[in-house]
Design a protein around this ligand. Structure first.
Ligand code: MLC
Ligand code: AMP
Length: 506
């Protein structure tokens, strides 16, 4: 029996081939049958181009119906889908191509002059763009051939997708996600969030991370639901589309942006049965104000690329601000001390997870994999929290100094390495400071010669670092605070500059 997750999808939407799947606001609506056929065509083109099951296909394209068809094409062809953030610079893309060693790279048509040389340099055998016309267009080639409709046989442990997560050493690691892991989490979420006939999902997330690609899209596909597929988050448009939706999934920034519109209120939310939130901590103030303004309690959940969603507040029953609810089915969650010994109920410790949702390891990272799992197979999440007697999980932070800005993870080390290499800079410390819109904003504290300006630094980083990772503010200091061991005390900056971005000061 094949365990290709695409078989599961196809079974679920078999009776809905003429039903709407992806409705692009102000654009076309694509049915399940159309996207299914399109994916078969694309899978055929990829196979004809030489891609074999197990080969990686790196994809950096805008959010569109064809991008979803390409994702499905990779699943059904048994290729490993490797999505990357559209904000990454050519230099960053070069790293991913070198690391993933893909058979095919698909990129945005407008970026050919920058990305084709990177693909050539890293030895990628085949590239395509995802435009509707022109040479080298996957979409055009797909429109011109007869598809092979077969779905390639896959075992449960075969890798379906590889999703890069930021690395503590400043370099991203490819989390290998198996057909079993993805399918188990999709089924669990579809069940616990009580997806039902008639649900319409408002999809406002990017599709190069698991939140938009798996959590949101898979629940809808398993339900054969219509998806209102927004290329980006615009408050006015989202308010309009909320009135046609029953479920919205977002990051905290989406909710605070809705609240920032004084006209947003209950009349926008009459058809909604559930708002979910995750990827970053949902501030209690946002949770409470949202309830006061709309009557809805946001269902906060907690997850990560390596394991899918780990815990969720209940769809019915108490959704409590500041907590992320209960472990989802099939996830074993434990809280341990630094010796991996379980801590008592309500005590804060390191969170570890085990079960079929959890990934088998990072691509070509044996050392990292050895330290990421315990001897009894639990994955060390890097998050810290406590579990109450009734099983409810409350997060308390992270063991690393990772920053989450608007739902995107940024490792300070990656930014610091680049800053420290710049002429006139002797050292730097990058921290996340509270920000009313983004949750945390990247801030760089820099020790530099007097002639160095923040514009110099910003311009230099722009070449090599995606914009969302670039500091929103530079603070020049004469020295970095260090403890007796010589370790930089970033906490001091977090205290002294805590209100740098708060509403009153910007
Ligand atoms: C955009 N910018 C950001 C940013 N997003 N800067 C810091 N942090 C961010 N998150 C910058 C751009 O680079 C640009 O800079 C300027 O802001 C405007 O860009 P934009 O594209 O217009 O931004 P906007 O559309 O407003 O995007 C904000 C956002 C977006 C919140 C809608 O960041 C977003 O979609 N976040 C969701 C991330 C997500 O899906 N995470 C899930 C990870 S999976 P400039 O300088 O060019 O003007 C995961 C597991 C789990 O965590 O549990 O789900
Ligand atoms: P990623 O590596 O992009 O998958 O991000 C996963 C990380 O996001 C987790 O390890 C958490 O630190 C964080 N995260 C996800 N959901 C939440 C949440 N609800 N509250 C706080 N942090 C969260």
């Amino acid at each position: 029996m094949s365990h290709n997750i695409y078989e599961l999808f196809a079974t679920k939407f078999a009776d809905a081939l003429t039903a709407p799947f992806l409705s692009v606001p102000g654009g076309l609506t694509y049915t399940y049958g159309q996207v299914d056929r399109r994916s078969a065509c694309m899978a055929t083109v990829l196979a004809m181009a030489g891609a074999k099951p197990g080969d990686r296909i790196v994809v950096q394209v805008d959010k569109s119906a064809d991008a979803v068809a390409l994702y499905f094409a990779c699943l059904r062809g048994g290729f490993v889908y490797v999505p990357i953030n559209t904000a990454y610079t050519p230099e960053e893309v070069g790293f991913f191509l070198g690391d993933a060693d893909p058979a095919v790279f698909v990129y945005k048509p407008g970026r050919a002059s920058k990305l084709q040389p990177v693909a050539d340099l890293t030895g990628v055998p085949t590239t395509f763009t995802l435009s509707s016309k022109g040479t080298g267009s996957l979409a055009k080639a797909a429109g011109e051939i007869s598809p092979v409709p077969a779905v390639v046989h896959r075992d449960t442990d075969d890798v379906a997708c590889m999703v890069y997560t930021s690395g503590t050493t400043g370099r991203a690691k490819g989390a290998m996600l198996t057909h079993r892991a993805i399918a188990t989490n999709a089924r669990a979420l579809h069940a616990i969030w009580r997806f039902r006939p008639g649900d319409v999902l408002l999809h406002i997330l990017p599709i190069f991370h698991i939140h938009g690609l798996f959590v949101a899209l898979h629940c809808a596909v398993l339900n054969a639901s219509e998806v209102l597929f927004c290329p980006r988050f615009e408050t006015d448009e989202v308010r309009e589309l909320l009135r046609q939706s029953s479920v919205m999934m977002g990051v905290p920034t989406h909710y605070s942006r809705l609240l920032a519109d004084p006209d947003f209120g209950p009349s926008d939310c009459q058809t909604i049965r559930m708002f979910t939130c995750g990827s970053a901590p949902l501030p209690n103030t946002v949770f409470n104000e949202f309830t006061a303004r709309t009557g809805h309690t946001i269902c906060e959940r907690y997850g990560m690329t390596e394991s899918g969603i780990i815990a969720s507040n209940p769809p019915e029953g108490d959704r409590i601000a500041g907590t992320v609810g209960y472990a989802v089915p099939d996830i074993e969650l434990r809280v341990v001390d630094d010796k991996d010994e379980p801590v008592p109920v309500d005590d804060i410790g390191n969170l570890q997870v085990r079960g079929p949702h959890v990934f088998p390891g990072y691509w070509q990272q044996d050392d990292k994999n050895a330290e990421s799992f315990t001897a009894d197979g639990f994955f060390r999440t890097g998050d810290v929290g406590s579990v109450a007697a009734d099983g409810r999980l409350t997060l308390a932070g992270r063991t690393s100094d990772m920053i989450i800005s608007g739902g995107y993870n940024v490792y300070p080390k990656e930014v610091e390495i680049l800053l420290d290499e710049l002429p006139g800079v002797s050292e730097s410390a990058v921290v996340g400071l509270p920000h009313p819109d983004l949750g945390e904003a990247i801030t760089a504290f820099v020790v530099a010669e007097p002639h160095v300006t923040d514009d110099d630094l910003a311009q230099a980083l722009d070449q090599s670092l995606a914009a969302f990772k670039q500091p929103k503010h530079y603070v020049f200091v004469t020295a970095l605070p260090r403890n007796a061991m010589g370790k930089v005390q970033k906490t001091q900056f977090r205290v002294t500059h805590a209100d740098l971005f708060t509403a009153d000061s910007i």
